[in-house]
Design a protein around this ligand. Structure first.
Ligand code: GTP
Ligand code: MG
Length: 219
């Protein structure tokens, strides 16, 4: 009985996610779902991205936060539309709230929507929110075993950003092991090595975004 209820919820979410995806396609908007552990650097990556891309693209952000507005406040200085979703304890975002957040934006004048999902490697990977793609944000301080331990995200994502490479020298992080684990799960996924702190490797991320926007505009 309980299993049936859970499946119904997931089915309902899938239907809503597909509606969102169709709507964004019609409007030629790229929506990327940033997923990673708490503290992996999702908001910092957004800060660096907004500083670089603001003016070049019209950007909006959906901030998923369990209880606070801290990340949304950090992004306020970029003067872009931000919708904050407080999940009140839930560990992931769902399409029903994403739909409400999208109502806050002028989609005819938006190129990219970044969704910062709740810091978690499990549930956000399971829930389709109607995004174009999921991006896995890892960091060198989390350990190189994370792809094997949390395979769904690394299996589903279109891009992996390995952040905090400036700290690798202080850890036992085995980069070759990490990359080969990712490739075993998802053979063709690119892995970008970056340091948001040292502003290293971010050009690859910016180029990837620009190419993705072009694809969405053509489709
Ligand atoms: N050394 C170093 N620190 C970083 C880097 N990127 C982010 N940080 C730091 O890591 C901490 C967490 O970064 P956030 O961007 O807040 O992480 P988050 O993934 O948004 O965290 P949640 O929203 O809580 O899930 C902050 O103190 C950042 O300054 C990096 O490349 N190198
Ligand atoms: Mg954050």
């Amino acid at each position: 009985m309980e299993i049936k209820v859970i499946k119904n919820i997931l089915d309902a979410c899938e239907g809503q996610a597909q509606q969102i995806r169709d709507h964004l396609k019609e409007k030629h908007v790229l929506m990327v779902n940033l997923i990673g552990s708490p503290g992996s650097g999702k908001t910092t990556l957004l800060e660096k991205t907004l500083a670089t891309l603001k003016g070049r693209f019209s950007i909006a952000v959906i901030e998923g936060d369990v209880a606070t507005d801290k990340d949304a406040v950090r992004l306020q200085k970029y003067d872009i539309p931000i919708a904050l979703i407080n999940t009140d304890g839930a560990c992931h975002l769902e399409p029903i709230t994403i739909r409400k957040a999208l109502d806050e934006f002028d989609l005819d004048r938006t190129d990219i929507i970044f969704v910062e999902n709740v810091g978690n490697l499990v549930c956000p990977a399971e829930f389709d929110i109607g995004e174009n793609c999921k991006i896995a944000i890892s960091s060198a301080t989390e350990g190189h075993d994370k792809p094997e331990k949390y395979p769904l995200l690394f299996n589903e994502c279109r891009l992996v950003v390995l952040n905090k490479i400036d700290l690798i020298q202080f850890t036992d992080f085995d980069k070759d092991y990490y990359i080969s684990s990712v490739k075993k799960l998802n053979g063709r996924v690119p892995v970008l090595e970056v340091s948001c702190r040292a502003e290293q490797g971010l050009e690859g991320w910016i180029d990837w975004l620009a190419d993705s926007v072009s694809e969405v505009k053509k489709s």
